[in-house]
Design a protein around this ligand. Structure first.
Ligand code: ADP
Ligand code: ZN
Length: 628
């Protein structure tokens, strides 16, 4: 289906009307005419050539890397309809909406449609009137639909979020396993599997289970240079979060992740009381309520979504400016995936995490008490260790994170907390000896709070009951505060000098490598926390703070940006679509910076293809001209 049809109707409620633009089948021209971009991002060009030639592939690219074009452009170049398998309804709807805005004939087929709607889409499919169809795996795998497909001309299959096929991954979906049927039934149709989950076992699983051994593997760098990573200790975490948002993200969209549903609700309530537009989302809410909140997050500006990890996969919102974790994520993969939802549009964004020992105990318990086999538990323990190592690192966080995904970043990034404020280390050999010895003398049964009380010589009732006020390590640690000791214990856990008890009480055991420390044969260097003297709230009230876009330098630009944003929101509400499917922030910023005065100049903007030029140039130009 080499022809692209530009939709003329300007209202989302009117039936679609199309005007046929004769199109070439040259990827580069489709990139410009349909998507409005001048050049391919890394690997896109190569992948597209491979797919256009009919090859299979596994494509690993970070979020925001530009995976969609890797199958959308080949689907437009090759004859027939491209079938995209995607696990989440919200994602499909947004992608199709965005494609329709570009004049591409795309439709969704999943359980959210009525029977009549399904039949209408199937008719279009059979008549060859679609460039792309997005289907859920359940729908795709029905015998009826597979039969339909065998009567159609197919350009390719794209399997999005392909890590769902792997049990090692965090989003395993049993129905993905059955997608191997595509190879058997449609042997000559290229299959492209795409994911942003990078680790080795998952990769191997995808290739085996989707039978992609003969295809090519494309791996692009996993770095997300526009995301600034920072980690704080968990004491006072609510205040720290508030300060982080007030200082950096007033009026921005963001996601705050919490572990439990109760904490999600309480946090959303608290942020609302603090004057933010906060909503909540977790799997315990009814479908309608969940859907409403998700829609608001997508369609309104400046909303903070407080959620469990039930929220996020398939959220394609490009302008999420921060992702904050109030609780520790499950692994570095989860952390990378969840924080990766920030800044898809490439603009400056932040990942913030509050981390404490209680989380480590919680996750350890979770692992040990699960019904998983020992092999699986071992992998999960290793994953937890890697995560702790990351939290406690004194090196550039980005380097540590990327190394985990087998990627080397030569120089420190300059855009993470440890780069911006280098961590000072101190010789903690004696402190470590005291801590380990105190764990040993209290019989390896207690967690941080108790052992620290013993070190500080606090005569609590519990300590007296156990007789631990009489042991030699009682009160030997008074040179450090409670917070400092907590930091020391966290680091000893991260170094595996202490192990969190596997019986589930969260107490410590000594690690195997403790002996040389007791003998004084090894020096232990630990990071010196920048201990906050009770983080005070910033005095400035949110409402009085002027929000300025980081990339805009003057008031006039800022005003124009806001005007264009408001206009975009009006157009979006009229059509009942999220604002970002009209134009991304990046395109609006370019309008502000280059102030195009003519249609031709407007057409040069990144993200303005022929369809959008026709639909939107006039009204946006009017606002831009007025401002000059
Ligand atoms: P992914 O699915 O890998 O997370 P997307 O396909 O959503 O990434 O693309 C991320 C962003 O990059 C989108 O805003 C998209 O419009 C933009 N983009 C993709 N390819 C290009 C390109 N060649 N030039 C400019 N922007 C691009
Ligand atoms: Zn760094």
């Amino acid at each position: 289906m080499g022809s692209i049809l530009i939709e003329i109707s300007r209202s989302g409620n009117k039936p679609h009307e199309y005007k046929n633009f004769s199109m070439t089948k040259i990827p580069k021209e489709i990139l410009k005419n349909v998507f409005g971009f001048d050049s391919f991002k890394t690997l896109q060009g190569e992948i597209i050539d491979h797919a256009v030639a009919g090859g299979d592939a596994l494509i690993l690219m970070p979020t925001g890397g530009g995976k969609s074009l890797c199958y959308q452009i080949p689907a437009l170049c090759r004859e027939g309809v491209g079938v995209v398998v995607s696990p989440l309804i919200a994602l499909m709807r947004d992608q199709v909406e965005a494609l329709n805005q570009l004049g591409v004939r795309a439709e969704v087929l999943n359980s959210s449609l009525t029977q009549v709607q399904i039949r209408a889409v199937e008719q279009k499919l059979l008549k060859g009137l679609l460039d792309l169809v997005y289907v859920s795996p359940e729908k795709l795998l029905t015998e009826g639909f597979l039969n339909h497909l065998s009567q159609c001309k197919l350009s390719l299959f794209a399997i999005d979020e392909a890590h769902c096929v792997s049990q090692w991954g965090h989003d395993f979906r049993p129905e993905y396993l059955k997608l191997s049927v595509l190879k058997d039934r449609f042997a000559n149709i290229p299959r492209l599997a795409l994911t942003a989950t990078a680790d080795g076992p998952t990769r191997k699983d995808i290739i085996e289970r989707l039978d992609l051994k003969e295809g090519r593997l494309f791996i692009s760098g996993f770095d997300r240079p526009n995301i600034k990573y920072s980690i704080v200790s968990k004491d006072n975490s609510k205040h720290k979060l508030l300060k982080f948002i007030e200082d950096n993200h007033v009026e921005d969209s963001g996601i705050v992740y919490c572990l439990s549903r109760a904490r999600v609700e309480a946090t959303a309530k608290w942020l609302t009381e603090e004057g933010f537009k906060a909503l909540h989302y977790h799997a315990g809410m009814d479908k309608f309520h969940r859907q409403t909140n998700q829609d608001k997050f997508l369609k309104e500006e400046g909303i903070i979504m407080v959620a469990t990890i039930a929220f996020g996969m398939g959220i394609d919102k490009p302008d999420v400016r921060f992702v904050a974790h109030l609780d520790l994520p499950k692994s570095l993969e989860s952390y990378y995936q969840e924080t990766g939802r920030a800044g898809r549009d490439g603009l400056k964004s932040a990942a913030w995490l509050a981390y404490g020992l209680e989380d480590v105990a919680k996750i350890s318990n979770f692992i040990e008490s699960s019904n998983a086999k020992e092999g699986q538990k071992r992998i999960e323990r290793q994953k937890l260790d890697a995560l702790l190592g990351y939290c406690e690192t004194t090196r550039c966080r980005r380097q540590v994170l990327l190394e985990y995904f087998d990627e080397k970043l030569l120089d420190p990034c300059g855009n993470c907390d440890t780069c911006i404020e280098p961590v000072k280390c101190f010789d903690a050999t004696v402190a470590t000896q005291k801590a380990l010895s105190c764990v040993y003398k209290t019989e390896e049964r207690f967690g941080a709070s108790y052992v620290i009380d013993v070190l500080l010589g606090n005569n609590t009732e519990r300590i007296t009951n156990f007789g631990h006020h009489k042991i030699s390590t009682f009160g030997v640690g008074k040179e450090y505060s409670k917070d400092q000791w907590r930091s020391i214990f966290r680091q000893l856990v991260a170094k595996r000098l202490l192990l969190v008890d596997i019986e589930g009480h969260g107490g410590y055991r000594l690690g195997e490598n403790c002996k040389s420390i007791f003998r004084g044969e090894e020096t232990v260097l630990l990071r010196e926390e920048i201990f906050s003297k009770k983080t005070g709230r910033s005095k400035v009230k949110k409402s009085k703070k002027q929000k300025t876009h980081t990339t805009l330098s003057n008031k006039e630009d800022e005003n124009l940006f806001q005007t264009l944003r408001t206009h975009r929101l009006e157009l979006a509400s009229e059509q009942k679509v999220p604002p970002f499917v009209i134009f991304h922030d990046t395109t609006l910023l370019e309008m502000v910076q280059t102030r195009p005065a003519t249609i031709t100049a407007f057409g040069q903007l990144s993200g303005v293809g022929k369809a959008k030029l026709e639909r939107y140039a006039d009204s946006f130009l009017a606002f831009i001209n007025k401002s000059m």
